[in-house]
Design a protein around this ligand. Sequence first.
Ligand code: BDR
Ligand code: CA
Length: 306
Amino acid sequence: MSKRPIIIDTDPGIDDALAIAVALFSEELEVKLITTVAGNVSLEKVTNNALRLLAFFEKDIPVAAGASAPLIEELIDASNVHGVSGMEGFDFPEPKKSLLLKENAVNAMYRTIMESEEKVTLVPIAPLTNIALLFAMYPEVKERIQEIVMMGGSASRGNKGVMSEFNVATDPEAAKMVFASGVPLVMAGLDVGWKALVLPEDTAKLLELGEVGKMAHCLFKKYRGGSFNTGLKMYDSCAIAYLLCPQMFEVVDTYIDVELCGSMTKGCTLVDLKGYLKKAPNAKVCMDINQELFRKWFLEFIGQCK
Ligand code: BDR
Ligand code: CA
């Protein structure tokens, strides 16, 4: 069976680091390209982090740096969650700078998608700035994309604002463009991200799960997306879990738009579950996740990594 070609657009990010690990070591996915975007920390830091991860995993995947700021909004990072470097807590090897392309993320995505024999799946686990720019500059790529499987948004409440999730609220204009793009889209947002937990009884096991497990344990000590006592939220791994084990999710077809005008709700995803807006569905939204299955899957995959 041929591997499914994907591009990961990311802002590592402690939970990004784990999602990338699972994708890179999966036998079903072929990570063709990693693109970076300002989000959890600055573009320079997230790009450096992606290159440090690849050095640690000993994987030669090309990396392309993208947008250093959202389209309109000012970047307010999440270093309070991921630490100053964005991946605080583990002594990574030096970044493998030879993997960094001279091309920017948008051009590298365009080339990779157009050169691929099979349609490519985009996996944004960060603000959607690069993806919006890709569609604005090269709308012809849309036909060559299998689907977008993203981590972001929420059908309920937020984690950046009262009603808004970090990846969407960091660049709401970009998110709106992506939801309106017409490309098949799966949204794995906070509804599942908050439940995709590594629980206290799992964290000790990580230490027995090889180098990646030990790395995760160190990073988790600094991660503020939950805690060792209450459970650690593996937001970004939800997008990879959807690709590899979709049966763990409860999914609904619906119409989603992004609020741009609300003085207190800008960046909130309107997940129109009851059809008030009278629009055809433009997305599948993951409404629930089997927590037991996720924990088992996550630990098993971390154990299969390096
Ligand atoms: C999202 O925000 C970031 O901090 C995480 O990496 C994840 O992509 C969760 O809202
Ligand atoms: Ca992320």
